[in-house]
Design a protein around this ligand. Sequence first.
Ligand SMILES: Cc1ncc(COP(=O)(O)O)c(C=O)c1O
Length: 404
Amino acid sequence: MNKNNIDFGTLAIHQKHTDGHHAHIAPIYASSTFTFDSAEQGMQRFSGEDPGYIYSRFGNPTTDATAQAIADLETWNIKNLDGTPLNATALLTSSGQSAMSTLFLSCLSAGDALLATPSLYGGTHEFIMKMLPKFGIKAYFLDMTDTDKIEELLKDKPEIKLVHFESPANPTMQCIDIERIAAVSKKYGKLVSVDNTFATPYLQQPFKYQVDFIFHSTTKFLNGHGNAIGGVLVGRDLEAMKTYVHQTHKLLGVNSNSFDAFLVLQGIKTLPLRMEQHCRNAMDVAHFLYNHPEISQVHYNGLPSHPDHAISKKQMRHAGSVMSIELKGGYQKSIDFVNKLQVCTRAVSIGTVDTLVSHPASMSHAGIPRETRLKTGITDGLIRISVGLESIDDLLADLEQALR
Ligand SMILES: Cc1ncc(COP(=O)(O)O)c(C=O)c1O
């Protein structure tokens, strides 16, 4: 089956896997190592002459099937400049965090620098600030809405090797124009990477533009059911993926495992259906909250009032299902609201079938000094909502009674 002759939803369901017993569903290969028929075969596996498996940290049929399913979705229906279909490969990782660290440590060495947007997942920001300096890698942060400023910096700093951003970003749903930032980065020969966790390949395909690497926390929408921590790093440079990226993955030891990979693979089959319902519900929730007298602001890129609504419309199929809202009344009012919820689940994370609600000021960002927290938009009254798949009537009734 050619991945470009079928619909995205069909591709998500018809995943390829290698199994000699013709299993319908990709089996869970719970084996740490793989046997050799002879010493010579072992030799040939190590030299690459025999493509068979060696040891599950280096590669495993279940994790590879899941990684390739995601790479196929990220490249679905995209062509290279010469008209040939774009292909990519992927590596499944133990978490979204390790997909990110594998990427950065693959592409950057001592003396190099990274350019990133300030609106990043907290763990990515912390890794850049606390870990990269230990490897002699510097970071520049610049708001990526101003392409001229980006161009100035890239011209001025040849040590910048990688430009990284996420879109939409947490928690303000800021969107970056992928096409524009990738084009200016490529003009100066930089590698470009995108954290596509909030969008998934169903809503947004960064490889349509000149992006080199995409990573995800598969913990979120790709798995969808909240039962496995994981990540994936996808690359369009097949040689880079096979050599130095695979080497970093193997030597850091950040492989996923066959059981978690299996769970993600099952989740992917319903990704298009889930994303449609997630986004439909999110739009209704956003409109309801936007018009509610107890709410002062709704940060949702699907609303025309959001500063990045136009960018979001340009590069995304729908706006996604995560939003943040500001409650009038500040800290205590927000705590009361969260406590009163009966249908929505009180938890951090996003992208599960149920609606997850968190209060960053008292939970994920409680350890950050208030002044610093406010500068990044995490106000006392900010609530993050990952809208799930429940009946919209039940969701709106729950929000209404909690706001009362
Ligand atoms: C956008 C984004 N990227 C990366 C991560 C890290 O993923 P994980 O928790 O699977 O390591 C997260 C986690 O919340 C995230 O929201």
